[in-house]
Design a protein around this ligand. Structure first.
Ligand SMILES: [Zn+2]
Length: 313
């Protein structure tokens, strides 16, 4: 069955692109362990589970991406980037995108306003210095904002974020009832490896109950891809090197990449490239988010329509 007309090809991607694919890696490292349980600062062995990401998993992932000649995004908590500067060098040398993902991995809504602003400044400064260029994008730790996050991002010149969950396609964000050119690139937990692969003693987590078999993960992600491809919506996958960077799991990711590469019109890109591509074909006036974002009224939800641009079919 074909995609319903309402959902079909809401963004007219350029160059015969049917489905942009973003592989978005979060090398959270020790910052994630300590954010979830402050006592983990005194648990060196627990921390190694997370430092496995930049030290080992990342190398496997970068090697694999070199083989397929694809680029991706790497969003770092700045404190973890400082602990693993060699990993930033590898990523930059391979031409991938570096972005901001917290200073510590504390959720922004845990922080007071002054600390959140200071942490954002530190992220920009540290990642600019380590990577050699200023990050354009932001992904909040835990995909959550405080009341002032958007305003703080705009003041610092961020152009897009990857942490809203209420859509399949990108859209321009309204701030204080004003349409801006800030692009939200949506994510969702279905396309994230954490619920499938993560086990932890401190804090006790076993989302994968206990772990997902590679065949199950491939089935889940490839079927999500097939459906998004049909609609012409981006496939935006969030991956953590300490989880996906394990041997059999990298092979599962390879299998998925081959599945996607076999379809015409699939374009592997960074989150920055996806934002640029979206801005090239949709104006802020066209890319309104619909009345339900953020949900402030009882009005019926509207599907985001991109009006006034030609569709390709
Ligand atoms: Zn993270």
């Amino acid at each position: 069955m074909a995609a319903s007309k309402e959902f079909e090809r809401r963004v007219p991607w350029p160059d015969d692109i049917q489905c942009p694919v973003v592989l978005n890696f979060h090398p959270d490292a020790e910052a994630l362990a300590v954010a979830l349980d402050k006592e983990n600062a005194n648990r060196p062995n627990t921390q190694t589970m997370y430092s496995y990401g930049p030290r080992v998993g990342l190398q496997r992932i970068l090697h694999m991406m070199r083989n397929y000649k694809i680029k991706g995004s790497f969003y770092w908590p700045a404190k973890s980037a400082q602990r693993h500067p060699y990993a930033i060098e590898w990523i930059v040398a391979d031409g991938h995108e570096i972005g901001c993902h917290g200073f510590t991995h504390d959720w922004p809504n845990w922080l007071d306003a002054a600390t959140e602003a200071k942490h954002l400044d530190q992220q920009v400064e540290i990642l600019t210095q380590l990577s050699g260029s200023r990050p354009r994008g932001y992904i909040s730790p835990g995909w959550e904002y405080s009341a002032q996050t958007l305003k703080l991002l705009r003041e610092r010149g961020f152009e897009f974020s990857g942490d809203w969950l209420g859509e399949d396609i990108p859209y321009y964000v309204e701030i204080d009832d004003k349409q801006t050119d800030f692009v939200a690139i949506p994510v969702n937990w279905t396309l994230d490896d954490a619920p499938l692969y993560w086990f932890s003693l401190f804090p006790p987590l076993s989302y994968g109950a206990p772990y997902s078999a590679p065949s199950r993960v491939f089935e889940l992600w490839s079927s999500e891809f097939d459906a998004l491809y049909e609609e012409g919506a981006p496939f935006h996958l969030t991956l953590h090197p300490f989880l996906t960077g394990r041997g059999a799991r990298v092979k599962t990711l390879e299998k998925l990449i081959e599945h996607m590469m076999a379809r015409p019109g699939v374009k592997f890109c960074t989150m920055a490239e996806l934002a640029d591509m979206y801005k090239a074909v949709i104006t802020p006036e066209q890319g309104k988010p619909g009345k339900w974002f953020p949900a402030t009224s009882g009005e019926a939800p509207q599907i985001t329509r991109i009006d006034g641009v030609p569709t390709y079919r």
